[in-house]
Design a protein around this ligand. Structure first.
Ligand SMILES: O=P(O)(O)O[C@H]1[C@H](O)[C@@H](O)[C@@H](O)[C@@H](O)[C@@H]1O
Ligand SMILES: [Mg+2]
Length: 277
């Protein structure tokens, strides 16, 4: 089954990450000095795409991979069968040895996400979900939290890699307002895929971020939905995978309460034309 292949491929990817983690990691930067990428990210993405092409043949499936897009490949979701891949989610953590790094692989057909696999490498946790078939962690069913009282919640968010003062101000003003609702706590693992799996297991009530990319959240989106959670745009509208912003939560009550506090700032869509990025 295609899902099993993605699972096997992510385990192979993890072996590469672990091997790389034991040797000197060559760090490079992308959109800014804090947007890191390593040769491991690039190599792991090539391994994942290579094994999928070997299985399905050249030209049958499309790929949206974080590092391929960074090198100029298009980031357009069409009706064709498409793999959406983040080879190393939490690259900054990987470089620093901070213990949250994940491989995220999702599969969509006709723009509908069909399944997602997130392998949290250092926790040795394989999260997976197929549309309509439930969500699992290491083959055990997982479910979102049943908390409806925002005062009894933990909320996750990330500050991302854009350090422009006006955006940083809005990010921290939002976090301050949420913290002072008050909620039990604010957290951030440094990887969106892991954050979404924490929503799916009920460890936290919601994760939101403006500035993430489709590859960070595609697999986690299936896992959260199949664990009984919901996905919305940060303005309360419908979730839009390519919009670079989203709220994932255990229920509508928590999601809508968080949305009231979010100070929205612009982030160019993943599928925007190059001049609009
Ligand atoms: O590690 P990445 O694949 O670059 O994604 C991270 C991103 O770097 C970080 O700034 C946050 O936006 C996280 O939510 C992403 O997963
Ligand atoms: Mg990522």
């Amino acid at each position: 089954m295609v899902g099993d292949l993605a699972e096997k491929t992510s385990v192979r990817a993890v072996l590469e990450i672990r091997k790389a983690g034991e040797s000197e990691i060559r760090v490079m930067t992308k959109s800014s000095t804090v947007d890191l990428v390593t040769k491991t990210d690039e190599r792991v993405e090539k391994i994942i795409i290579g094994s999928l092409i070997k299985e399905f043949g050249e030209g049958t499936h499309c790929f949206i991979g974080e590092e391929s897009v960074a090198k100029g490949e298009p980031c357009i979701l069409t009706d064709k069968p498409t793999w959406i891949i983040d080879p190393v989610d939490g690259t900054t953590n990987f470089v620093h040895g901070f213990p949250f790094v994940a491989v995220s692989i999702a599969f969509a057909v006709k723009k509908q996400l069909e399944f997602g696999v997130v392998y949290s490498c250092l926790e040795d946790k394989m999260y997976k979900a197929r549309r309509g078939k439930g969500a699992f962690c290491n083959d055990e069913p997982i479910q979102v939290s049943d908390v409806k009282d925002i005062n009894k919640s933990i909320i996750i968010s990330e500050h991302g890699t854009d350090r422009s003062p006006e955006k940083v101000k809005k990010i921290f003003s939002t976090m301050q307002k949420i913290l002072c609702i008050p909620v039990h706590g604010l957290r951030g693992s440094g990887t969106a895929a892991t954050n979404m799996c924490l929503v799916a297991t009920g460890a936290v009530e919601a994760f939101f971020e403006i500035g993430i990319h489709c590859w960070d959240i595609a697999a986690g989106a299936v896992i959260v939905q199949e664990a009984g959670g919901i996905l919305l745009d940060v303005d309360g509208g419908p979730f839009d995978l390519m919009s670079r912003r989203m709220v994932s939560a255990n229920n509508d009550v928590i999601a809508k309460r968080i949305i009231k506090e979010i100070e929205i700032f612009p982030a160019a869509r993943d599928d925007a034309t190059p001049e609009k990025k």
